[in-house]
Design a protein. Sequence first.
Length: 226
Amino acid sequence: MKIKLFTLLFALGLFQNASAQFQSAYHVHPNPSDTITTMDTYDSPAHGEIENVSDDTIKVTWVRSIISITPGIETAVCDPVTCWFSGVGSKTFALAPDSAGQLTVHFYNPTGQAASGIVHLKLTNLGNPADTLTAVYTFSTLTGTGDLPEANVKLFPNPTTDFFTLESAEEVASMRLFALDGRVVARFERAANNTYQIGHLPAGNYVLSFEDKNGQLFQAVEIHKR
């Protein structure tokens, strides 16, 4: 029995040590990336960058999911290789050791309308499929009702199991929680204690949008629900 217990504890220690030492081969920043523009601006990029922090060339596949978008707005991804057409939803590129390249989402507004959008990118290191990252990009136009709030709302804990709490959320009037397929799975009005329950939802990843008193999107973050 003592031998079995020692073996179990030893294996658990190795697992925890390996988990603690795991580091992704690449970073994406800023994340989330937000862009606020005027209605007469045709192309509004939410800028991002991907950096290979490993000693090896990596191949990364990105997959775009449009979480929410005003009808008539198109989006397109620029990765370190090229800027792709709006209809391209996934590509793979190589990134040399200790190098960086763009990972930007463009929002196109051909009719000059009041609009907003949220795009989610999932990134996978093909050399190690467990090494995945996600990034969120948002777009909003000013409508003449004043400037939008700064995108500095903080959410914790994340990952979470039952609830989340917000900091620097004085300008948040309402929120929508999206599944990654774009479905709205919950809505929240501002609570006095800035704490919100999501324990009833299935485990998975979600995107939470923050809206001001005029109902305009000004920030979005990803929530990891265990």
